[in-house]
Design a protein. Structure first.
Length: 317
């Protein structure tokens, strides 16, 4: 049972319906990624450890799910002047790709300290990013400026219903791939992935534990859960650059209501977990992609003998 303060969110049948609609909408445009048992890691952690390899998605990250759903859910007149977003990289590339598939322009705002590989991914889809200072306020301000200039349709990286529903398709796949799952460990940045997975899992299998994983250097979700309100990031230098964003007004109540627990992990633990996954699971991962496994290592004694899924959320290292 969730241990946090009573939230203003009620799970309904419509939430699961939105995730299922998203799964149908994006079928054929995103990968049904493998969720495989790793014997070596299972032995080390004393559980059956499954890795959901979202790094194998087009653009190299789970973000392609929510971005594709949001772009293709929009009505033709809404999207006619293009789509616009701000992102540190993975959502940016996913929006650029989805816009290309639908044949509309894309306008992308990125923090100036975005990883070089993620900038290159956006450019690979023919979009030149507009850069801004590496803060949430600066990203939104620059996006608002471009929005006024272009009239494009704004798609938030995580705080938007269609994006959340798209990310929730991961939850549907996990239940099909590991029917007897006991625990799912999910990285938390802005909360879109966690929120979507929670909507799917808690609708269908409420007894399954869903635990968040967050860097100590980007602990705003942890502080938000303690205070009962959305807390801003107090630093932007975690190596897990995809998790530097604050929670959103849509994602926070879902997480506050449905998530079972949250585990903070150190920078060293993130590095070690990412390296270990690369050796043991043969996966190319960015540091954000190793955060869930870092948390699973930290709390190994709590899930001994259980079926555990960790989300390897991205591979744009």
């Amino acid at each position: 049972m969730n241990k946090y303060a009573p939230p203003a969110f009620q799970l309904s049948a419509r939430h699961l319906e939105s995730v299922r609609e998203a799964a149908g909408r994006i079928q054929g445009m995103v990968q049904r990624t493998p969720c495989f048992l790793n014997e070596r890691l299972s032995q080390q952690l004393g559980c059956s450890l499954y890795v959901k390899a979202e790094n194998l998605q087009p653009c190299g990250a789970f973000k392609v799910r929510g971005a594709t759903n949001a772009v293709f859910a929009a009505a033709p007149d809404v999207i006619a002047r293009g789509v616009l977003t701000h992102s540190s990289g993975n959502h940016a590339a996913a929006i650029a790709r989805a816009a290309s598939l639908r044949g509309v322009p894309a306008y992308i705002v990125m923090p100036e300290n975005s990883a070089a590989g993620k900038i290159a991914n956006v450019r690979a889809y023919g979009v030149e990013p507009v850069f801004c200072a590496p803060t949430a306020d600066a990203r939104q301000a620059k996006a608002d400026e471009l929005l006024a200039e272009t009239g494009a349709y704004f798609i938030h990286p995580y705080n938007q219903a269609d994006v959340i529903a798209g990310q929730g398709t991961m939850g549907l796949e996990i239940l099909e791939q590991v029917p007897d799952v006991d625990l799912i460990v999910v990285p938390v940045g802005g909360g879109g992935m966690m929120s979507g997975i929670l909507l799917a899992i808690k609708s269908l299998r409420p007894e399954v534990q869903v635990i968040g994983a967050e860097p100590e250097f980007a602990d705003d979700a942890y502080r938000s859960l303690q205070s009962g309100r959305i807390e801003p990031p107090n630093r932007y230098d975690t190596i897990a650059d995809g998790l530097r964003t604050p929670l959103g007004e849509l994602t926070f109540p879902i997480i506050q209501s449905l998530m079972d627990d949250l585990t903070l992990v150190s920078e060293q633990a993130i590095v070690e977990a990412t390296e270990e996954l690369s050796y043991a699971a043969k996966l190319v991962l960015e540091p954000s992609g190793g955060v869930a496994y870092a948390a699973a290592r930290k709390i190994a004694s709590r899930h001994a003998g259980k079926n555990v899924v960790v989300i390897a959320c991205g591979g744009n290292v």
